[in-house]
Design a protein around this ligand. Structure first.
Ligand SMILES: Cc1cc2nc3c(=O)[nH]c(=O)nc-3n(C[C@H](O)[C@H](O)[C@H](O)COP(=O)(O)OP(=O)(O)OC[C@H]3O[C@@H](n4cnc5c(N)ncnc54)[C@H](O)[C@@H]3O)c2cc1C
Length: 473
């Protein structure tokens, strides 16, 4: 048997890579993690989930304070210090990142700061150019290493823009938006997905005049249209201008402003703002990995994997944003763990199962779904019954003055098994987990309706669509 330096080499120390390394080391495999970022922590901690949620929570507190009068509370005139808002976020991100560094500098596996490139299917070249690492660590790093198995978990970066004019005009990305020193007075957001919507509400609630330009007919196109329509309604009420069904035409500078022109309703429309936020998607970090040298195939840059997370080179696996199909942290983690399971137990293989796919957008109201959406059920010709119930007719949400949104359940018309759930409403990202648990246990709407729910809670709203469907079935 050929000897290798390691049983498993994990490339990338973000959510997917760390989960894979922890699991591999836990299974007794000699494991190395190679992380090439200038900072250690991965996207979620450094520039993704955590900074955006910290900022959105600050916006929510400000919004609540401004509306305290609804409950007879006098909060006075509400003001803010943007530097302090960012400082709190930065302190929290530093804590999360420091903890991740601690986890990676773990005795159970080796952690190397370097950029990895495949030289052949079992050998990586390690390159430290551009990395700020201390000299003593530098001494101990080999130029190459070999491994029996690999897990590619290199994540994603902001996708190239479709409008070449943006190179001259200039724009910011989500990476820049979470690190701003000063708020722009006005902002055009290109895109209407989760990241675009979260930033739109954050900036608008801090007084920025926001315009969203979205190609699809609705924002949040991966959700059912009812969710997108509800968020568009709330956004317009909060002063955000939303253009949907558009086609971008041009971007240019006009004095101190940046303008974007686009087709909308058969006309050419133009919007102007101090800054443009590009939020039209991300691309996998695979270009510099030398995947061709290892026989790993890609499609549009994404590493192609089967359900076992195995690539076209059977001893090389992939996890997270670099492979997709969903750019979500818990999926990256599950994929990393699945890859390791299949390395350790090739005779008892396990496959990724997206039946319980969860998606959450942390706007207010939050938007969340698990399992099937109506749109997907129709496309895949899966028979279903659906029922929904609005938050403007529910005790606890009325108390909270959180009247936007609804919950929706999809069920098998014969057995009543819950196939999907959606919640657009207060704490939707938390509430959806009741349906995740119910679906994990393959519960029926009858069982959900019969389950006790404390009164008055937001959660008891699920019993209404469950009862309606149970009666129908
Ligand atoms: C603004 C924003 C908000 C988001 N909010 C959420 C959210 O609320 N919930 C959610 O679930 N998801 C959210 N996401 C998505 C989530 O952050 C990603 O899906 C997740 O972090 C991907 O994890 P990963 O391990 O695949 O990649 P990463 O965490 O990006 O890790 C990849 C690592 O690989 C390293 N690397 C790259 N190339 C090499 C190389 N050649 N050699 C060595 N190392 C290399 C990188 O430096 C990086 O540290 C958000 C994303 C963004 C941009």
């Amino acid at each position: 048997m050929k000897r290798f330096d390691f049983d498993v080499a994990v490339i990338g120390g973000g959510s997917g890579g760390y989960a894979a390394a922890r699991t591999a080391a836990g299974a007794g495999l000699k494991t190395v993690v190679i992380e090439g970022g200038r900072k250690v922590g991965g996207l979620c901690i450094l520039r993704g989930c955590m900074p955006t949620k910290a900022l959105l929570y600050a916006a929510e507190v400000k919004h609540l304070a401004e509306h305290a009068g609804t409950w007879g509370v006098r909060a006075g005139s509400v003001s803010f210090d943007f530097a302090e808002v960012m400082a709190r976020k930065n302190a929290q991100i530093k804590d999360f990142a420091d903890f991740r560094v601690q986890q990676l500098n773990n005795k159970r596996f080796k952690f190397i700061r370097a950029n990895a490139t495949f030289l052949d299917s079992h050998t990586l070249r390690l390159d430290r150019a551009g990395l700020r690492v201390s000299l003593d660590t530098r001494k101990r790093i080999p130029a190459t290493l070999t491994a029996r198995h690999f897990i590619i978990a290199t994540g994603s970066s902001v996708a190239p823009w479709p409008l070449p004019q943006l190179d001259d005009v200039g724009c910011i990305t989500s990476d820049d938006a979470v690190a701003l020193k000063k708020l722009p007075k006005s902002l055009i957001i290109l895109g209407g997905g989760a990241i675009a919507c979260e930033f739109a509400q954050f900036f608008a609630r801090f007084g920025v005049k926001v315009t969203i330009i979205q190609r699809s007919e609705h924002i949040l196109k991966e959700f059912d249209a009812d969710a997108g329509t509800e968020i568009e309604k709330v956004f317009r009420r909060e002063g955000i201008q939303v253009f949907t069904g558009t086609k971008l035409l041009n971007a240019r500078r006009k004095g101190k402003l940046k303008t974007v022109s686009f087709e909308h309703g058969g006309k050419t429309v133009s919007a102007a703002a101090e800054e443009i936020l590009f939020a039209l998607g991300r691309a996998p970090n695979t270009g510099s990995l030398g995947l061709g040298n290892a026989g790993v195939q890609t499609k549009n840059g994404r590493v192609i994997t089967n359900g076992k997370m195995q690539t076209s080179a059977p001893h090389i696996y992939a996890a997270g944003d670099c492979t997709g199909p969903h750019e979500i942290v818990h999926i990256a983690i599950q994929q990393g763990e699945t890859a390791v399971h299949n390395i350790v137990k090739p005779k008892l293989p396990c496959k990724m199962d997206y039946r319980l796919l969860i998606s959450v957008v942390f706007t207010e109201p939050q938007v969340a779904f698990v399992g099937l959406t109506e749109k997907e059920a129709v496309t895949r010709k899966i028979p279903f019954l659906a029922a929904s119930y609005p938050f403007n007719d529910h005790g606890k949400s009325l108390i909270m003055e959180a009247k936007d949104g609804f919950v929706k359940l999809l069920a098998n018309p014969k057995t009543g098994e819950i196939l999907g759930g959606a919640c657009v409403g207060p704490l939707g990202g938390e509430l959806i987990h009741e349906i995740v648990a119910a679906m994990a246990k393959r519960m029926t709407v009858h069982e959900l309706a019969a389950m006790p729910h404390y009164h008055p809670t937001l959660a008891e709203i699920w019993t209404y669509p469950a009862e309606e469907l149970a009666e129908q079935i």
